[in-house]
Design a protein around this ligand. Structure first.
Ligand SMILES: [Zn+2]
Length: 219
């Protein structure tokens, strides 16, 4: 956790914005503007239809639904180190916190807009304390898949899921629907959506759950 000291603490206030998220005072303005823009982007997405798992998790993508989903889970945004692991990209720290943190990896490693949205929605899923925050399971000890964000090894890390409804599955389903059904997205957004959803589905290590997502990607 961050500790404010000295002069900095004088400015340890939060800045509210119209979208309802409060950003910690150490969040760089460029990051705040980027996050707000990324959330607005997803809210502007108009899907011609959605898949069954998308409907189960996010609804039918009617105007306002993506924003409502996010803002009913997240009120605060922080910039920190997520416990000090050099591979962390983002996290939710307290079980009942309605707060997302991102790390330097989120800011300094460049990824497309849909990938940033994927990470924000992944973390928003982790705020669901009534579902035990959808904890990750360990990836296999010899796991070929690397983090698409940092390129780091995931062997035996708590960076996999055994359900289609957790953070990896839900974010993957979100992007897959954008890639297939977004009527007002650019070709780049749709192809980025496919790349990242096809990557994240591989974090589902329980075969039956993996197959259910794979079949959702086709319906
Ligand atoms: Zn996670």
């Amino acid at each position: 956790m961050r500790v404010f000291t000295g002069v900095v603490s004088l400015f340890a206030v939060v800045i509210a914005n119209a979208a309802g998220i409060e950003f910690d005072s150490n969040v760089p303005v460029s990051l705040k503007v980027q996050v707000e823009g990324d959330l607005r982007f997803l809210d502007s997405v108009r899907n011609s239809r959605v898949s069954k798992l998308h409907r189960d998790i996010f609804g039918s993508a009617k105007p306002g639904e993506y924003a409502n989903w996010f803002h009913s889970r997240v009120d605060y945004f922080g910039y920190g180190d997520c416990g000090g692991s050099s591979s962390a990209v983002a996290c939710v720290q307290g079980r009942s916190d309605r707060k997302i943190w991102v790390t330097r990896n989120y800011v300094e490693i460049e990824h497309p807009q849909v990938a940033r949205v994927m990470t924000l929605y992944h973390e928003a899923r982790h705020t669901e304390s009534d579902r035990r925050n959808w904890p990750h399971s360990r990836c296999p000890i010899f796991y070929k898949q690397k983090s698409i964000w940092t390129g780091g090894s995931l062997n035996w890390h708590f960076a996999c899921d055994r359900t289609e409804y957790g953070s990896y599955g839900s974010a993957s389903i979100l992007l897959n629907n954008v890639s297939r059904f977004c009527a007002n997205c650019s070709e780049k957004v749709r192809s980025d959506g496919a790349i990242y959803s096809n990557d994240q589905i591989r974090r589902i290590t329980k075969k039956a759950a993996f197959l259910r997502i794979q079949s959702d990607f086709k319906n």
